[in-house]
Ligand binder design. Structure first.
Ligand code: SF4
Ligand code: SF3
Length: 547
């Protein structure tokens, strides 16, 4: 195996024996083979699209499969075998559609479009040969993987929008174009760079689509205080990013005496009006994903993972863990998909919850969030005034992911030393590094403004664009906004590419730069976009404040 798609990759260069995330060699290889098969399907899908043929089921298969390969989503070997089998058969169907429409299948297609096999042994043999290292040139490999990881993040966000009934054929089209492109040896480095940047454009579009899906379905996020303590009833803990799963769980638990708590990236669900009406939707339990091995233990009741980030479960709570959608882990109960428009069935979780003790309290108090674009724009006058009067000197976008590494304490320290006339704009699970610090407010504007999940980084971009307009500036980079972003998995890659597309420069990425950036590709990002890493709190603060 060789995997370097996330920030915690072994030695910053690549996991080659077992994933730091817990992914086994067998699963890592099968994920590579699945992506290989998706590339083959995409080669046909691009040709089919030119002939006016679109197969929605195939588009969605590609999207879901890409999502399943993101960090901490699925560790279940059998699931990948099943997806590879289905992929091979859909690839054949796509090919037949082209032939039926009078299309001609070109000779010398990439192997991903022609290779086929049926047994798990054959899959495993092939899987070991089609991974990241199959591309020999370091820079080409780096660009191909950068694009692929951006597509994985895009697929994840698109899946949430599609679940809520929001589609955009052009995003599917780009995903397939990108996957087909990474098989094309005749593309130059410049052409690959152009595709990476184009991914950023679709990154903005997919986040806008998801924003529309979420707000049209569940209302506009409101400034909300979220309880972080517990009550005495049994509870179900829901984690991940899928709001539809939450909606159905809340409906089915109503009146059962079972409370519902959020964990990790589900925290922002509390900001949506549609979920406020449930009195048994109690609060948020715990912190970011990587603390789940302790927090799932002390929660005492069933835990429901709707998307990443899952970590290999401890035996002490494995029997209380449930997955759904693209998430999976061998031996963990999986809630099946919706059929014929029917809701998922959560009765197993509810019955189990009733037999479990109430959660053990690990914290008390409240945190505040819900500062998505509408809320910030509603107080835009106040914000503009505060900037003009000098009460707010600078905004710091500190969005992205949290993670295990000790070096991420940097972000807590950084938040603590930021001058009192600065405001943090956050989104994603990165917020847990500073959302429980008492950083106060500036004339009623809290110093940590949480927009929501990582996809709500879009909200931060909308806010920046609006401020640019209000201040009558030509360039988004003339705003008093600095970007000190923490990344971990591939959704952060698409968020980064989206910000680059919007023209944001001088983004600092930490705690380390991606292992998949070759020195030359990193140089392109530094020279064209001023991307940088982080050093230490003191020096970085001086640098950001322009001292
Ligand atoms: Fe390693 Fe990250 Fe890949 Fe897991 S996802 S195998 S930790 S690089
Ligand atoms: Fe976190 Fe996994 Fe990225 Fe959605 S839950 S931000 S890491």
């Amino acid at each position: 195996m060789f995997c370097y798609q996330c920030q915690e990759t072994a030695k910053g260069t690549g996991c080659s024996i077992k994933g730091v995330c817990g992914k086994t060699e067998a699963v890592a290889n099968l994920q590579d083979l699945l992506v290989f098969v998706l590339k083959g399907i995409s080669i046909y899908a691009v040709q089919a699209r030119e002939l006016g043929i679109v197969r929605q089921d195939i588009d969605q298969f590609i999207m879901e499969s890409l999502f399943a390969t993101i960090t901490n989503a699925n560790f279940d070997k059998a699931r990948f075998v099943e997806l590879i089998r289905k992929g091979l058969s859909l690839r054949e169907e796509m090919k037949q559609e082209i032939l039926k429409a009078g299309g001609v299948i070109p000779a010398n297609l990439h192997e991903s479009a022609t290779w086929t096999a049926a047994t798990v042994e054959e899959f495993e043999q092939k899987a070991a040969k089609v991974g990241v290292l199959a591309t020999e040139n370091q820079d080409v490999r780096s660009l191909r993987e950068l694009l692929t990881y951006g597509l994985k993040g895009m697929a994840a966000y698109l899946e949430h929008a599609v679940t809520l009934g929001y589609h955009d054929p052009s995003i599917f089209g780009f995903m397939e174009k990108g996957l087909a492109a990474v098989t094309n040896d005749s593309l130059s480095a410049d052409e690959l760079v152009a595709l990476v940047l184009e991914a950023g454009k679709y990154g903005v579009e997919v986040m806008a689509l998801l924003d529309k899906a979420n707000t049209s379905t569940y209302g506009t996020p409101e400034v909300t205080k979220v309880n972080i303590g517990v009550r005495n009833n049994p509870g179900i803990l829901i984690s991940g990013h899928d709001l539809k799963d939450l909606e159905e769980l809340l409906k089915q638990t109503e009146g059962t005496g079972v409370d519902v708590y959020t964990h990790g990236e589900m925290l922002p669900a509390h900001y949506y009006p549609a979920f406020k009406k449930y009195p048994h939707f109690v609060g948020n339990y715990g912190n970011a994903w990587w603390k789940q091995d302790k927090e799932f233990d002390s929660f005492n009741g069933p835990i429901f993972l709707t998307t990443n980030c899952l970590i290999p479960p401890k035996d002490s709570y494995k029997g209380r863990l449930f997955t759904t959608g693209v998430v999976g882990y061998e031996g963990v109960q999986h809630i099946p998909e919706r059929k014929n428009g029917q809701a998922k069935d959560f009765s197993a979780l509810i019955e189990l919850a009733k037999k479990c003790p109430a959660p053990t309290e690990i914290e008390t108090g409240e945190i505040v969030g819900g500062f998505a674009h509408d809320q910030i724009l509603a107080v835009a006058d106040k914000v503009v005034e505060a900037v003009k009067s000098g009460a707010i000197k600078r905004f710091f976008v500190m969005a992205g992911c949290d993670g295990r590494m000790k070096s991420r304490d940097y972000y807590t320290e950084f938040a603590k030393v930021l001058p009192a006339d600065t405001v943090i704009l956050t989104a994603g699970c990165a917020k847990y590094k500073y959302n429980k610090l008492d950083l106060g407010d500036i004339g009623g504007i809290p110093r940590v403004l949480d927009a929501g999940q990582c996809n709500d980084s879009y909200s931060l971009a909308v806010t920046a664009l609006k401020l640019k307009e209000v201040f009558g500036l030509e360039d988004i980079n003339d705003l008093p906004i600095s970007y000190n972003i923490a990344w971990y998995e591939q959704k952060a890659v698409i968020v980064l590419l989206a910000l680059l597309h919007l023209g944001v420069k001088n983004i600092h990425l930490g705690p380390t730069l991606p292992g998949f950036l070759s020195p030359n590709v990193a140089k392109v990002l530094v020279e064209n976009f001023g991307i940088g890493g982080i050093t230490n709190v003191e020096d970085d603060l001086k640098m950001f404040m322009g001292a």
